[in-house]
Design a binder for this molecule. Sequence first.
Ligand code: SF4
Length: 305
Amino acid sequence: MNLERRSRNLEIVHSKFRGSGAHRFWECAGCINLAERRSRNLEIVHSKFGGSGAHRFWECAGCINLAEKARAMKGYDSTPSVYATEGTVAHKLGEICLQSGEEAESYIGEIFEADDTYVTVTPNMAYAVQVYLDNIRETYLSEFGTNKSFLEIEKRFTLKNVDPEAFGTNDACLHIPFHKLVVWDYKHGKGVTVEVQFNKQLLYYALGAIEGKEDIEEVDLRLIQPRKPHKDGKVRGITYPVEKLKLFEIELKEKIKATKDLNAPRKGGNWCKFCDAYKICSEAKKNVWRGKKSNTVANAIEDFK
Ligand code: SF4
């Protein structure tokens, strides 16, 4: 059954002029080339000092060294989880729709290749991604009419003032000249509620967005997490003046520097979740942040599911 499904998927992936897409290439001749680009390789190179791990190395300077050691060990499984791969595809869907002007629902049933596997766009994924598209489109329409030329999509950045290995990708960023940036971070996951206050990942993205833009006074950060209910809604925002971001930059630089000490201390806490070193870390085994629950790594991993 799986093999059948897989071969069907392959057929669909390679049939670029299939009937289900005719209505699209009828109207948009450029969609075939863009769609081909999307299926080639969705593999993403992550910085070891990336924004998603900042909350962890902020607290546990030793995690970078130990995670590298863990990843080099025999038997280490680096296969991304099904949730991570779905997130990659949802981001790619958002990127394609922003570039083409299409709605996410027009991709329902289509198959994307990512992390050496195939993911079908479901109505649920399309609905979630559409929340992200709508917020971006409403914002640039209200700021610029129909002009979206100041919108950056999936733009790579390096935090040159921080560390050559500190880099990342912003999902989307709108530059409103001589005023501000609006930076979007899309979260497809529904396992962990992400807050905007004191969110180091968002601050990291804000630093990436202001690189090279001298006319900015503030950054409006918008986190979009459509699949996880939250009292403040699916779209949550926070604004930082550039001066505050510069203070964060100084602290970030110090925190990254601290991780480079071979004897950097380790400290367990709820940031251990998703740490690559988790299974070999003696600090994690102490499990002090888990209250009265059993102190085994197996149970801690259960907690994280
Ligand atoms: S598992 Fe926790 S304590 Fe151990 S290295 Fe990772 S973040 Fe630090």
